[in-house]
Design a protein. Structure first.
Length: 207
């Protein structure tokens, strides 16, 4: 069982302690991603399986279909964008349901196929619209995740080379602004207090 720290928050009551001590590169776009078990380079490795998308986010993606399609390959434009067979209930998301993005060519269909990174994010930057509410929140938070009343770490975080850079910032520090944006500033206040507790425990004792 993972060690946890209590959060003073109405929705999230705890966070894994490792959230405040494990590390991840701050800018994955400049990191040469590799799979830890095989040592093979796989850029955008965390996007290889696709992701769960809240139905509100799916609707927002569909509403932006013409904009997003402009940075997708012709094959991705023509393919089904979501795997409807994977639709299932999920009480943790706003709509209560999620659907899975399709996978194409060994990665999420929404990867930019002539460059790196998420096509949704890229389209928003190039075209001047706000990706929030359209880019799936689970992707924005990675490698953090959440389940029931706990902030946790995605299962596949440890599979990627970005998790093993000694001077990288902590998972919490990388995701802090996104946590505030997705769940509100109140969560960051609670997480800051939990972080202080965890880091205080790790300080060497005075002699």
């Amino acid at each position: 069982m993972e060690a946890v720290v209590t959060l003073a928050h109405p929705r999230f009551h705890s966070a894994w302690a490792d959230v405040f001590t494990k590390r991840v590169v701050a800018d994955c776009m400049t990191h040469a991603c590799a799979m830890v078990d095989t040592h093979t380079v796989k850029l955008d490795a965390c996007c290889q399986y696709g992701c769960d998308v809240d139905l509100h986010e799916q609707a927002a993606i569909v509403a932006r279909k013409a904009d997003i399609a402009r940075v997708l390959s012709p094959a991705a434009q023509a393919a089904p964008w979501f795997d409807e067979s994977e639709k299932h209930e999920d009480k943790d998301v706003p709509s209560g349901w999620v659907v899975r993005t399709a996978v194409l060519g060994g990665g999420c269909l929404f990867l930019s196929h002539d460059a790196r990174g998420c096509a949704i994010h890229r389209a928003s930057l190039e075209q001047g619209w706000d990706f929030r509410g359209t880019k799936p929140s689970i992707c924005r938070l990675f490698p953090l995740s959440y389940e029931d009343d706990t902030i946790c770490i995605s299962d596949d975080y440890k599979d990627y080379s970005c998790a093993y850079t000694a001077d990288a910032p902590t998972l919490y520090r990388v995701a802090r602004d996104t946590l505030a944006d997705v769940f509100g500033q109140e969560l960051v206040v609670a997480m800051d207090a939990a972080e202080a507790k965890i880091l205080a425990r790790r300080l060497p004792l005075a002699t």
